[in-house]
Write a protein that binds this ligand. Structure first.
Ligand SMILES: [Zn+2]
Ligand SMILES: [Zn+2]
Length: 342
């Protein structure tokens, strides 16, 4: 099969013929219909993810059709249109039994712990536990976003931060994750302040209903504290920068929650004034993907609010032209790039 492949971190990937995966008994092989390029793919390519061993095929948010079914898979058949959370849970550990599969002890992640979806085919482990059937009306391009960016934002805001209608949310970083978070928060009835230095990202954030700023200056800080009546309820790092937690501390109201979703480089430190954490009883909450059992409610949420996920997509490309989008993301472009490998 054709795949995007690299054998050194940071070196330009190539498109080459690689062996199609021989699947495990608990797995299915999916013919990839669409797969999104996510910041975590670049994070891994730069060598920041210890789960990746070389050579590697990246790609972790995808949707497609089942091409082959492992001998221990009972619930799925060839031809089904499916997607999967980027965390493929084991289904057996205590966290899985407690319905917290997103922190499974034995999780597999296509694109990190094994080869991923920037390829014609990808193996999905523990298929009985992790696959989700797609609604007939949902395209592969829209569905692939559920596995990481949209699903991660949905789980973070609804289940981890418990964001409510009428509350204020600050979002730092308006890439795919931040833009998906704006779409979800507005559907919930929250009020959104978005921060991104790129003009195109600010324009995109405004088109989804957020008030957008380039950064948190002393002036915007005092404006925000006044407009929100003493600060936002939730502040989300959707980019991954050590400075953002400190910025959250400046604009969170007492009892406010900082939501950490973006990944920091392993060497990066973060600074929060601990007296602010103590005096305001702030909370710092991590959020990691979304478990498969939450998809039914998420698909209902999308349907109920008539969310158009294709609004988050900037461009759709084939495998041949995807490498540039992967390694040289344009500062001028906001929104998600989707690859169609077939
Ligand atoms: Zn587990
Ligand atoms: Zn991702």
């Amino acid at each position: 099969m054709k795949a995007i492949w690299y054998d050194r971190f940071g070196a330009e990937p190539t498109i080459r013929e690689v062996p199609t995966p021989h699947i495990h008994a608990d797995a299915v092989l999916i013919k990839v219909g669409a797969t999104g390029i996510c910041g975590s793919d670049r994070y891994g390519w730069h060598g920041h993810d210890p789960d990746i061993s070389l050579p590697h095929v990246p790609g972790h948010e995808f949707a497609g059709a089942i091409h082959q079914v492992g001998s221990a898979v009972s619930r799925w058949q060839k031809g089904a249109r499916v997607t999967v959370p980027f965390i493929q849970a084991c289904g057996r550990c205590q966290y899985c039994k407690d319905d917290q599969q997103q922190v499974c002890l034995h999780q597999q992640q296509a694109g990190f712990t094994q080869w991923g979806s920037f390829a014609e085919f990808v193996e999905v482990r523990h298929a009985n536990e992790n696959l989700i059937a797609l609604p007939a009306t949902m395209s592969y391009s829209e569905a692939c976003l559920l596995g990481c960016r949209f699903g991660t934002a949905y789980h973070a805001l609804l289940h981890q931060a418990d964001l409510k209608a009428g509350q204020w949310l600050a979002i730092f970083g308006c890439g795919g994750l931040g833009l998906a978070a704006i779409m979800i928060a507005k559907a919930l009835g929250a009020k959104v302040l978005a921060f991104d230095p790129r003009q195109s990202a600010q324009d995109f954030a405004r088109s989804l209903g957020a008030d957008a700023f380039s950064d948190l200056s002393a002036y915007t800080e005092s404006q925000i504290l006044e407009t929100t009546t003493h600060g936002v309820h939730v502040s989300m790092d959707a980019f991954g920068d050590g400075q953002i937690l400190a910025k959250s501390g400046r604009i969170l109201r007492n009892k406010g929650k900082h939501l950490q979703v973006g990944l920091l480089k392993p060497s990066e430190e973060t600074l929060l004034k601990m007296d602010r954490l103590v005096g305001g009883e702030l909370e710092i909450i991590g959020s990691h993907g979304i478990p498969a059992h939450r998809y039914a409610a998420m698909l209902d949420f999308i349907d109920h609010h008539q969310l158009n996920l294709s609004r988050l997509i900037d461009s759709e490309v084939d495998l041949e032209s995807s490498i540039d989008h992967f390694i040289r993301p344009s500062n001028q472009v906001a929104g998600i790039t989707v690859i169609h490998p077939g």
